[in-house]
Design a protein around this ligand. Structure first.
Ligand SMILES: Nc1ncnc2c1ncn2[C@@H]1O[C@H](COP(=O)(O)OP(=O)(O)OP(=O)(O)O)[C@@H](O)[C@H]1O
Ligand SMILES: [Mg+2]
Length: 438
């Protein structure tokens, strides 16, 4: 239907806030593009510039290849659905959906017909005569969708349309919305801070941080080959383990990745070894997702990291073990509190509190001191080790997946095999170190 192109788009608000910083992004015909990022990163501002509700400070917004900067919102054939969508309380559901058609002078007969069509597609055909306050939250959101769809727009702009709903309903509507817009073939830009929503709904995901576009790609691409440390840290649950490594090259043999008390070795034959070898004598960040780690016997050969379980977290379908391996973790800012994230959301904080309690009440562990990086045991873990720049360090707690309710407990030793081909490498600035670029 409609294509969107943002060319070097920047938005600086009157108070000097740089909300959007030189963003370039294309949305293809019929594509479902999800803008993902933490609160305040500029998602809504991008959306509002596409809608024409906000003017770019510089750069161009193109709709169907034509410069749209000066096209007023009502002439852009876009329909917006917001989080706090306001239905007219004194109007029936049917009239609410018909409202945009009445505004644009569609005759009553075709109005009724189109409303009935849309309402039945959304499964709200039987509540057309009710008032909004007689509907459930999910039904109200469907009415708001209906009001957007009924205009037959060329482009949907949706700003966190599901964030006010409970999680069950959200999952249900998530599937419904993406199914519906694909059926209609309407290009869509969908804003969310929920990575699960982004990864399940999107054709492509664009990830933003502090107004800057970090990465764009299919869910598989951005998850599998994150362009920056930030994207690596933002996507996935549990979050990717990000370990500081110092690189030491043994020419023609291997590249050692020293992780503190242990090391991993990239054989020289591995094509990535060359790229990493440029960082000889320097520190880089090695990323490993939980799925790259498999528990093995303590004497297993190969690429193995050994540690002690600091604490366990049971999630029903699986348990997560957090291992002390004597390495340093890199912590990334601006990840936002993602409520769906069991490890880093509010339960993550509870978990930390729990482990502090464990330490205070239990006997002091022999592994504790050296790993607390010079701090007092028991208090240093929450203190951010000083680092100029955006990344902080702290003793790593390597997240490893285990079967549900495993026969181990905190304090137990655990060895994990590392899938070397599933490692990610980032330089000090947080950019991916890679051979070639996708
Ligand atoms: N009218 C305005 N004047 C000044 N600053 C603004 C204005 N609108 C937004 N901002 C700022 O611009 C930045 C981006 O805001 P924006 O609403 O686009 O973020 P967002 O990614 O949609 O966040 P959220 O997920 O919380 O909705 C924020 O720092 C915000 O405070
Ligand atoms: Mg917003």
């Amino acid at each position: 239907m409609t294509t969107v192109a943002l060319k070097d788009v920047t938005k600086v608000f009157a108070d000097g806030t740089i909300a959007v910083d030189n963003v370039n992004l294309d949305v293809n015909d019929g594509e479902f593009m999800v803008l993902l990022g933490p609160s305040g990163c500029g998602k809504s501002t991008v959306l509002r510039m596409i809608a024409g509700l906000e003017d770019p400070t510089s750069g161009a917004v193109l709709l169907d290849g034509e410069l749209a900067n000066d096209i007023p919102p009502r002439d852009r054939r876009v329909a917006m659905v917001f989080q706090d969508f306001a239905l007219y309380p004194h109007m029936s559901v049917g009239d609410n959906i018909a409202f945009p058609l009445r505004l644009s002078g569609v005759d009553p007969e075709s109005r009724t017909e189109r409303v009935a069509d849309v309402a039945s597609a959304l499964g709200i055909g039987d509540v057309l005569s009710r008032r909004p306050n007689q509907l459930s939250g999910g039904q109200r959101q469907r009415v708001a969708m209906g009001r957007a769809i009924v205009r037959r727009p060329g482009l949907f702009l949706m700003d966190e349309p599901l964030s006010n709903l409970d999680s069950g309903l959200r999952a249900e509507l998530r599937a419904e919305i993406s199914g519906l817009v694909r059926e209609l073939g309407v290009s869509t830009v969908y804003v969310t801070h929920d990575q699960a929503e982004a990864l399940t709904m999107a054709d492509r995901v664009a990830i933003m941080r502090r107004g800057v576009l970090q990465d764009v790609g299919t869910p598989t691409e951005v998850y599998g080959r994150p362009a920056t440390l930030y994207v690596a840290a933002f996507l996935g649950s549990p979050r990717m383990n990000l370990l500081e490594a110092s690189v030491y090259v043994h020419l023609d043999r291997y590249v050692a990745l020293n992780l503190g008390e242990q090391a991993l070795y990239l054989p020289w034959s591995d094509i990535r070894a060359r790229a990493v070898s440029h960082y000889h004598g320097e520190r880089i960040v090695v990323g490993m997702r939980a799925e790259a780690l498999t528990p093995v016997a303590p004497d297993a050969p190969g690429d193995v990291l050994r540690g002690r379980i600091r604490f366990l977290e049971h999630h029903g379908h699986e348990s997560l073990a957090f291992l002390d391996i004597g390495a340093t973790a890199i912590m990334v800012d601006d990840l936002g509190g993602q409520p769906a994230d069991p490890v880093n959301g509010s339960t993550g904080r509870l978990r930390r509190l729990g482990s502090v309690m464990q330490r205070l009440t239990g006997r002091s562990t022999e592994t504790g001191e050296g790993v607390e990086a010079g701090g007092r045991p028991g208090s240093a873990r929450e203190s951010v080790l000083s680092d100029p720049g955006r990344h902080h360090r702290r003793p790593a707690e390597l997240a490893v997946r285990l079967a549900p309710y495993p026969a181990v407990s905190s304090g137990h030793p655990l060895s994990v095999a590392v899938r070397m081909d599933a490692l990610h490498f980032f330089d000090e600035r947080g950019d991916r170190i890679d051979v070639g670029w996708r």
